[in-house]
Design a protein around this ligand. Structure first.
Ligand code: NAD
Length: 257
C-alpha cells in the first residue's frame, strides 16, 4: 500500500496513538504533518527523526486544538491535507456532579469540536484534489459508556455521529469518513488515568489495569499504536473506498460483550 503523493495531517501526534499512526502513514510513503499545542525543540526533532527514518517529508506545526482558529490554521498551514486524522484528545475522570466545568469544556473542545473545525477546513482541498480520507479517532467509549467519564463519552459519541454526517455529505465523492474505536491502548493518556481510577475504586495499579481497564477488553491485552496506524492506512487503501460513515473497533472484543 503506497500513500506516496498524499499528505496526512494528524492532530495531537507528538505522543501515543497519533504518533503511532504518523509512523505508519510515513512508512506507507505519505508526507506527514505532526501537531500538538507545544512548540518545543523535541517536537521539531521528532519530525526530523521521523523524516530520516521513513524518507518522507515530515513537518511539525504547533496548534492548540481547543481553539477553533488554530484547528483551521493547522489545515491551512499544512498546504495539502489528503488524509485528515482527528486524534487529539484528553481525558478527565470524575463523577458528573463533581465534574469540573473547565474540564468538560476542554474535553468537548479538543475531542469533538476540533474535528468539526479541521474537517470544515480540509474538505474543500480534498474536493479539489479529487480524493480524501477523514479518519476520526473515537473510542470504545464512542459506542459504550463507563461511569466517571461523562465528557469523554459524550465527545466520543458525538464524533461518531459527526463522522456519519461527513460521510453522507461526501457520499458521492471520492472521499470517505470513518471512525476508529480503540479499546485500551497503553499510552500516556491511559497511564494518567491510573492514579485517579486507583483512588475512585480504592485499588492497586495492577488491579486497576486487570480488573477495571482490561475487564471489558476480552482479549485481556492492550491494543497497540501500531495496530491503530495499520487500521488508518487500511482506510486509505482502495479496498476501503466504499467503507464510509462507519466505525472500526480495534478493542480486543470489548464492544462484542
Ligand atoms: P496521549 O495523551 O498519548 O496523546 C494525546 C495527544 O493529543 C498528545 O499528542 C497531546 O499532545 C495532544 N493534545 C492534547 N491536548 C491538545 C491540544 N489542546 N491541542 C493539540 N494537541 C493536543 O493519548 P492517546 O491515548 O494517544 O490518545 C489519542 C486519542 O486516542 C485520543 O483522542 C483518545 O481519546 C483516543 N483513545 C485512546 C485510547 C487509549 O486507550 N489510549 C482508547 C480510545 C481512544
Amino acid at each position: 500500500m503506497s500513500l506516496q503523493g498524499k499528505t496526512a495531517v494528524i492532530t495531537g501526534s507528538n505522543s501515543g496513538i497519533g504518533l503511532g499512526i504518523a509512523h505508519e502513514m510515513a512508512k506507507a510513503g505519505a508526507a506527514v504533518v505532526l501537531n500538538s499545542f507545544t512548540d518545543r525543540d523535541e517536537d521539531h526533532a521528532l519530525a526530523r527523526e521521523m523524516a530520516d527514518t521513513h524518507g518522507v517529508e515530515v513537518r511539525y506545526i504547533q496548534g492548540d486544538m481547543s481553539r477553533g482558529d488554530d484547528c483551521r490554521a493547522l489545515v491551512e498551514q499544512a498546504g495539502a491535507c489528503d488524509i485528515l486524522i482527528n486524534n487529539a484528545g484528553i481525558q478527565h475522570v470524575a463523577g458528573i456532579d463533581e465534574f469540573p466545568v473547565e474540564k468538560w469544556d476542554a474535553i468537548i473542545a479538543i475531542n469533538l469540536s476540533s474535528a468539526f473545525h479541521t474537517t470544515a477546513a480540509a474538505l474543500p482541498g480534498m474536493r479539489k484534489a479529487g480524493w480524501g480520507r477523514v479518519i476520526n479517532i473515537a473510542s470504545a467509549h464512542g459506542l459504550t459508556a463507563s461511569p466517571y467519564k461523562s465528557a469523554y463519552v459524550a465527545a466520543k459519541h458525538g464524533i461518531v455521529g459527526m463522522t456519519k454526517v461527513v460521510a453522507l455529505e461526501t457520499a458521492q465523492e471520492p472521499i470517505t469518513a470513518n471512525a476508529i474505536c480503540p479499546g485500551y491502548v497503553l499510552t500516556p493518556l491511559v497511564e494518567a488515568q491510573i492514579p485517579d481510577t486507583m483512588k475512585e475504586y480504592d485499588m492497586s495499579r495492577e488491579d486497576v489495569i486487570k480488573n477495571v481497564m482490561l475487564t471489558r477488553q476480552p482479549s485481556k491485552e492492550f491494543a497497540t499504536v501500531e495496530q491503530m496506524g495499520g487500521t488508518a492506512v487500511f482506510l486509505c487503501s482502495d479496498a476501503a473506498a466504499q467503507i464510509t460513515g462507519t466505525t472500526i473497533s480495534v478493542d480486543g472484543g470489548w464492544t462484542a460483550l
